[in-house]
Design a binder for this molecule. Structure first.
Ligand code: AMP
Ligand code: GLY
Length: 423
């Protein structure tokens, strides 16, 4: 079967890497892809939300499966676009319907869903420009720190955690009245602050059944010791060492099952990944957020541990028969470390030549922001290359990744040297 992966990051290179290994895959396309996907698939220069160009490609190349990497096309309804088109309706799309994608597209929608299904999460209320005064009064009833979340997609920047009540009130005003995050902050969710350690679980569901993929922990801040600005993610470790069977049982029973059952009960068409951001408060898991896709860079640590054929898994998603699958996993730990362009997540330069990739043999190299410039590989984004390694012991796996990274060079390359410091 011919398969298309949508996206251009490390996550999509990892999807392509796994799919290319499957005997079920004939020709693999990635749109738009990067220099890493170009080496194992055919890159097509089409944007991930250009549905009509995607349709044309799918028909021309007889593509039967589309794996959607990022959230934007999902929130814009790519699954519904395929399902409602006579020529496309038999193509398997890995990614939920527009309705399902609201779990990520609207914080309020997600909170209402969580409460409807009695899934543990922080208490909250939501406010609009009309109710900004009530919002300020609500803040008065809470204790610091104050958590303000823009309702809509804000490129990972829409969450503010503030210590000072006056600052929290001002920011609420900024978000609602002055549209600090544009349309995304026309509504704001104010949440109880949860104190604990974060982790993520990943689920692949066909809308009825599901398989639980390995857990992972990512490192979001740019600076060592989890300091400085938020990024898309500077590295990830899978599995999360502090998750034992008892805690995993709680996650399964209190969070994963009610989530999948809730989607089924509400007839929400959901065939794809659910990435559940959790916080361990005391001994109990609580949901911080849903994402309707895999995480990046979590994918670079999670998917290499999945031994079951990925295309076969996706076929079971398409035929709603995931209950027939037992997931085979590599029991070793996988760690991925992201190298980034100097300056990221603020302004950075692109087009720097990357060398040393071919001298890395102990780790897997996943490209994120890279592209081909004639016969050179050059930087093309903030996050540039992720380096994944395996070992029984996650600290040894990290060491391998760090040794491999030393072989890699580009001008102003930066990476965090302290991953795992908190474990
Ligand atoms: P979100 O986009 O909802 O995942 O929020 C971004 C980050 O803000 C999370 O990864 C957490 O570190 C933090 N965060 C969000 N909600 C809360 C909360 N209720 N309590 C504490 N931290 C939170
Ligand atoms: N690494 C976090 C995310 O993909 O949203």
């Amino acid at each position: 079967m011919n398969i298309l992966v949508l996206g251009s990051g490390g996550r999509e290179h990892t999807f392509a890497y796994k799919i290319a290994q499957s005997e079920l895959c004939d020709t693999l396309f990635v749109a738009p892809g990067n220099a890493g996907t170009a080496a194992i698939a055919t890159n097509v220069s089409i944007g991930v939300t250009d549905f009509s160009a995607i349709k044309e490609l799918v028909l021309k190349e007889n593509i039967k499966m589309v794996v959607v990497g990022p959230e934007d096309p999902l929130v814009q309804g790519i699954s519904d676009f395929f399902a409602s088109d006579d020529q496309l309706k038999d193509v398997i799309v890995i990614g939920p319907s527009k309705e399902g994608a609201q779990l990520e597209g609207s914080k309020e929608y997600a909170k209402e869903f969580l409460f409807r299904h009695h899934i543990p999460t922080a208490a909250y209320q939501s406010f609009t420009a009309e109710t900004v005064d009530q919002g300020k009064q609500f803040l008065e009833t809470l204790t610091a720190p104050y958590v303000l979340k823009a309702d809509g997609l804000a490129a990972g920047k829409g969450v503010l955690i503030l210590q000072d009540i006056e600052e929290a009130k001002n920011e609420l005003e900024n978000m609602l009245t002055n549209k600090k995050f544009g349309a995304a902050s026309e509504k704001v969710v104010i949440e109880e602050f949860l104190d604990g350690i974060e982790l993520s679980v990943f689920v692949l569901t066909d809308g009825k059944n599901y398989v639980t993929l390995p857990t992972a922990k990512d490192y979001k801040r740019i600076g060592e010791g989890d300091t400085g600005l938020n990024t898309g993610g500077m590295g990830a470790i899978s599995p999360v060492p502090f998750v034992d069977d008892i805690f995993m049982g709680k996650i399964e029973n209190q969070i994963i099952k009610p989530t999948v059952d809730g989607l089924a009960k509400e007839n929400i068409d959901y065939k794809g990944f659910i990435f559940i951001g959790l916080i361990k408060v005391g001994d109990d898991p609580k949901v911080i957020e849903y994402n309707v896709r895999m995480g990046d860079p979590e994918t670079e640590a999670v998917l290499p541990r999945v031994k079951t054929d990925l295309v076969q898994l996706f076929q079971h998603v398409g035929s709603q028969s995931l209950d027939e699958v037992t997931l085979q996993l590599d029991e070793r730990s996988a760690t991925t470390i992201m190298t980034v362009s100097g300056g990221y997540p603020e302004a950075y330069e692109k087009g720097k030549e990357i060398t040393g990739i071919n001298s890395i043999s102990e780790s897997i190299v996943f490209h994120a922001g890279t592209k081909l410039n004639e016969d050179k590989i050059v930087t093309n984004g903030g996050r540039v290359i992720a380096v994944t390694s395996f070992d029984q012991d996650f600290r040894k796996a990290l060491k391998k990744s760090y040794q491999s990274i030393e072989k890699l060079h580009f001008d102003k390359m930066y990476y965090r040297k302290d991953l795992g410091f908190d474990l």
